[in-house]
Every structure is written in structure tokens, then in C-alpha cells.
Design a protein around this ligand. Structure first.
Ligand SMILES: *Cc1c(COP(=O)(O)O)cnc(C)c1O
Length: 495
């Protein structure tokens, strides 16, 4: 199967090239030329499979230049017992009669980014071999928290790769900072940048486009690549868990073959919910995809009106991984909803770059209306939902997941839709202890890592082992650089 750019269908490449390249050279997103469909019995065939086998089955239909035995080996490495604390990898938990929760945070960094970033390094390093690339890839990441740690864990000690993460010195939580500074592995490096996330991100973008740096590093046998969520190798592993969740519901007898479900996803860059859309296109019977945002509700407005407008205030919220005004992966949905009209997509993206705004055609609006619903939720309602879930269901959820539960409740009240619904849970509550404890009415918060034990004591819920283990870990990386000297750090690390 070939991959095409969303801005030019004639620009084609193989899956291995798409994964190694990340972005198309015209700035578009690389997307499968045709979307594969499951066979009529595909879902039933998969019900008795393990998560790893389902991953091979689903991913194989998009990656014809990778063999089944390659994919099996990647899946067992990525989703093994040593990485995930539950055998099911992405378990579905029943919340009430018609509500289920898909827990995507049982991996090594306790956030859903692990689902893709445990797989991507294997896909990428095999892609490099297929492309006959001689150099070692150096993954550069600027992170506001979850992505950096998940990428470090994913790429740690993967052959022919190095990874270098820059985080804003004062822009991540104490736990997130410690998670990165104690990172283990021989091919990893972490460096703080003076300033905020924008400073780190701008700095990394500059590194990517510095020809002199590129040349020096090429001489040393390195080239740069990125692990952010526009890479097809991050979207694909996420399709798997939607298919898998439906199979689990079939296996448990909660659904009968063909029964529709709604899926409600806490959304930032639109990567996670886009994967749910692809699962629907493959044949998972999805009634409605519900897009849940926090106060940064640009997607809610877009889905309701067909106007995307980023000209609005930016809010720092309690669900920071969704604090985003440009949702890059929406471009892939526009490609599908315009019936792959690359000219139209390019027009929308040019308008977004120039004016920060675009309005889609009537046809696209109709499709949005038929497939999606959307809503948003402020910080107060987020905390109220955490308290409610804890009191009424004894279920502890994080701030991002709470946004999704709130939006689902809103949607049901507005529409009366009784379709069974799957809420996607994207982080362990122990990653956001302060706001979760606040929601439970605790006002005196413990210092530092003590807050993990405090949440555990208040709720009786054990903390995930990787967060518990932080206490015994030595800090390996305490470098700090200013924005102007990031290239020196890179040269120092990639000696
Ligand atoms: C990244 C992230 C999200 C947003 O996912 P997108 O794919 O960017 O929409 C939601 N919740 C958590 C905890 C995340 O880390």
C-alpha cells in the first residue's frame, strides 16, 4: 500500500518511507492511499486473540512492506509484561449499564502516548533498514510533559536510534520533570531549556532547519527525525486499541455482532480521535465519535459550525495535554471528508497559516454532523466530575479523562442518545495528583513525590509501579541550556 500527501495525492511513498520521513515534503500529512476494511468476520476472528495478535492483524493491513513475523516481534516487545502492568494492555472497564472506559495508561509512563510510542521505535528502526539508511537517526523532541517521557521510554536502547528531549525548565510538573531526569538507557539524553514550552519548541524547530548543524552531524553519521503525532507510525498503533476494545465487548457479551457504540475521546492534537475514525472506517460499528475539549474549545466550535478559528485566548488548564489551538491531525480528517480533494485541503491549511481561520464546505459540514459530536468542559466541571466518579462509582480518574466523562454526560442529556458508549481514559490519575486530590476535597498537599503516597492513602488505590519507583531513582540529567545554545548541547551529546 502506498501513502500520499494530504496536500498532493500524486506525491506517493511506501509505508517505510512514510514512517521514516514523518511529514511529506510539501508540508502535508502522509496518509494511506486507500483505507483498508476488515473482512465481514474480521472482528469475530479477533475476539479470541491477544492484544499483541490484534495489533499484528490490524497494523498488517496498512503495512504491506512489513512481514507478519516482523510485526509479531514488534508487538511482543512493545506490549510485553515488562512494559504494561496488565495482560490485556488496554483493558475495558465497565462503569455502568451502558458506559465503558478504555484505560490507555497501563504502560511505562502512565499516559496513553505509550500505546504508540512503545511501537513507533520498532517500526522506525525497521523502516530505516528497508530504506537502506546507513546513518543513525536522532529523534529530537520538545515536550510539555507526557510526550517527552513516553518517547524516551519507547526509544530507550533501540538499535540505530538516539533520542534527545528538551523540556521547559519551569513548564512541566515536578513528577514529569523527575520522570525525564531519571531516564535510563544508553542512547538517551534530556536537557532543560530556560523559558517556557514555546521557547523549547521554537529552539527544536531551529535545530531541524539548521543546515550547518545537519551537515556536521551527517559527517558523524547522524540525521534528525521527529516522533510527534503527525507521524503515521503514531496514528496506526492507536487504531488497534479501538478495534481491540470492540472485540473485548463482544467477547464479554456486552455487545452483539454489529451493535453500534459511541466513542468519547479527550482531544488535543486530534491524533487519538482520528485513530477512532479510522477504526470506524475499517468496519468497527461506531455510531458517533464525541470530541471532548477543555476550555481551549476550538474543536468544539469547528465541529458545531464548520469554522476553524484559532484566533482566541489560550488557557492553561488542569488538562494540560489538551491545551492546544492548532490540532494538526485534523488535516487527515479533512482529506477524507473532502473525498480526498488535496487542493481543498491545501486551501484550508494555507488559510489557517495566513489568517488562523478557515471555513469548510457544506458537504464537509454535513459529514462532520453525521459522524461527530463535540463539547467542552472547564476546570471546575473537570474536578466536579472526578469527585462524582469517585463517589458514585469508586473509580479514580485523571483530569483529561474527566473532561471526556463530562462531555459524554452533556451529550446524552442534550440528545437522549442511549447507545452504549466507550470513554477513553488517557492518563493515570497519579500523574496529576494535585488537581485530583483537590477534586476530592484535600487542601493540604504533600511536598514533592509525597503527593503520590498521599493520593494513594486518601483513596486506597495503589500508585502505578513506574511512578512509585521514581523515589529510588538517581537523577542522570541535570543540564540546563538557554535557547541560543541548544545546538551546542546537540553537538556535545552526539559526539
Ligand atoms: C496527548 C494527550 C491527549 C490528547 O491526545 P491527542 O491525540 O493529541 O488528541 C489527551 N490526554 C492526555 C493525557 C495526553 O497525554
Amino acid at each position: 500500500m502506498q501513502y500520499v500527501s494530504t496536500r498532493n495525492k500524486n506525491q506517493k511513498c511506501s509505508a517505510a518511507q512514510a514512517i521514516a520521513q514523518g511529514l511529506a515534503s510539501d508540508g502535508g500529512l502522509l496518509t494511506p492511499e486507500v483505507l483498508p476494511k476488515l473482512s465481514p468476520n474480521g472482528l469475530s476472528t479477533m475476539t479470541d486473540m491477544s492484544y499483541q495478535q490484534r495489533a499484528v492483524f490490524v497494523m498488517g493491513s496498512y503495512l504491506d512492506d512489513f512481514t507478519a513475523s516482523e510485526l509479531s516481534s514488534f508487538a511482543s516487545k512493545a506490549y510485553g509484561k515488562d512494559k504494561f502492568d496488565v495482560k490485556d494492555v488496554a483493558p475495558v472497564r465497565q462503569v455502568d449499564e451502558s458506559t465503558y472506559c478504555l484505560e490507555l495508561w497501563h504502560g511505562p509512563t502512565c499516559a496513553f502516548k505509550d500505546m504508540a510510542l512503545q511501537m513507533l521505535p520498532h517500526l522506525l528502526s525497521a523502516a530505516l533498514v528497508k530504506n537502506e539508511e546507513q546513518k543513525t537517526v536522532c529523534i529530537l523532541v520538545a515536550t510539555s510533559g507526557d510526550t517527552g517521557k513516553a518517547a524516551l521510554e519507547g526509544f530507550r536502547d533501540v538499535d540505530k536510534t538516539r533520542i534527545l528531549v528538551f523540556y521547559p525548565k519551569d513548564g512541566v510538573s515536578d513528577i514529569q520533570k523527575l520522570q525525564m531526569r531519571t531516564q535510563e538507557g544508553e542512547n538517551v539524553a534530556v536537557c532543560a531549556v530556560e523559558g517556557n514550552f514555546d521557547d523549547a519548541q521554537t529552539g527544536v524547530k531551529k535545530l531541524f532547519s539548521d543546515p550547518e548543524l545537519r551537515e556536521t552531524l551527517a559527517g558523524r553519521g547522524f540525521f534528525f527525525s521527529s516522533a510527534n503525532s503527525i507521524n503515521w507510525g503514531r496514528i496506526l498503533p492507536q487504531i488497534v486499541y479501538y478495534v481491540s476494545a470492540y472485540c473485548d465487548l463482544l467477547r464479554e457479551g456486552r455487545l452483539q455482532k454489529g451493535d453500534p457504540i459511541n466513542i468519547c475521546v479527550p482531544t488535543g492534537n486530534f491524533g487519538n480521535i482520528l485513530s477512532a475514525y479510522y477504526a470506524k472506517q475499517m468496519g468497527v460499528p461506531v455510531n458517533r465519535l464525541i470530541c471532548a475539549s477543555n476550555q481551549n474549545n476550538v474543536l468544539t466550535d469547528f465541529i458545531k459550525t464548520g469554522v476553524y478559528d484559532r484566533n482566541r485566548p489560550f488557557y492553561n488548564t488542569m488538562s494540560p495535554s489538551m491545551d492546544i489551538l492548532i490540532s494538526s491531525n485534523l488535516e487527515r480528517l479533512l482529506f477524507e471528508f473532502t473525498e480526498r480533494d488535496d487542493e481543498a485541503v491545501k486551501g484550508y491549511m494555507d488559510a489557517l497559516a495566513a489568517e488562523g481561520r478557515y471555513e469548510v464546505s457544506e458537504k464537509v459540514k454535513k459529514r462532520l454532523d453525521r459522524t461527530f459530536a463535540a463539547g467542552f468542559c472547564g476546570d471546575q466541571e473537570t474536578q466536579a466530575m472526578i469527585a462524582k466518579m469517585w463517589k458514585s462509582h469508586n473509580y479514580l480518574i485523571d483530569t483529561h479523562t474527566a473532561v471526556a466523562f463530562h462531555v459524554l454526560e452533556q451529550y446524552r442529556a442534550e440528545t437522549g442518545d442511549q447507545t452504549p458508549s466507550l470513554v477513553v481514559s488517557t492518563a493515570s490519575p497519579f500523574k496529576f495528583c494535585d488537581n485530583v486530590l483537590g477534586a476530592l476535597g484535600v487542601t493540604e498537599l504533600a511536598q514533592g513525590l509525597g503527593i503520590i503516597d498521599q493520593l494513594s492513602q486518601v483513596t486506597g488505590v495503589p500508585a502505578p509501579a513506574p511512578l512509585e519507583a521514581l523515589k529510588g531513582k538517581a537523577v542522570r540529567f541535570d543540564q540546563v541550556t538557554d535557547k541560543a545554545h541548544m545546538a551546542d548541547q546537540v553537538l556535545e551529546i552526539l559526539k
